[in-house]
Design a protein around this ligand. Structure first.
Ligand SMILES: [Zn+2]
Length: 123
């Protein structure tokens, strides 16, 4: 894992798998729009039937919970520490969650993520 700085928020990025770890509260900081951040976090639902393999929290080493973000399809499933240490995003999922947060089109983070992780934006 390497540490990257995005808008003064330190994020942990795994070079091998492209996943990203955010400590508790960092997603809100990155989103930058408190109302939308709250809406997004309120939409999290625990998925107890998930067949995805559980990941271990990099901080407490316990298995994390699968959490569904929002209700739109395809289902976006992320991993959350049960002790609320933070959130894990598989490759591309951080980008997806920003898509779903309905941020302003020119949101700086979305642009940065596109630059850093090479997600194409076809318009
Ligand atoms: Zn943990």
């Amino acid at each position: 894992m390497i540490t990257l700085e995005l808008q003064e928020v330190e994020i942990d990025y795994c070079i091998d798998c492209g996943g990203i770890w955010l400590d508790a509260g960092e997603l809100e900081l990155l989103l930058g729009e408190p109302e939308k951040a709250k809406q997004l976090l309120d939409s999290f639902k625990i998925d107890s039937n998930s067949t995805e393999k559980p990941r271990k929290c990099p901080i407490c080493r316990k298995k994390m919970q699968k959490v569904i973000v929002g209700s739109s399809k395809p289902t976006l499933l992320i991993d959350r520490c049960r002790r609320a240490d933070g959130l894990w995003f598989d490759k591309g999922e951080l980008h997806d969650i920003f898509e779903r947060a309905n941020l302003d089109k020119d949101n700086k983070i979305q642009t940065l993520l596109n630059d850093m992780f090479g997600q194409d934006k076809t318009e």
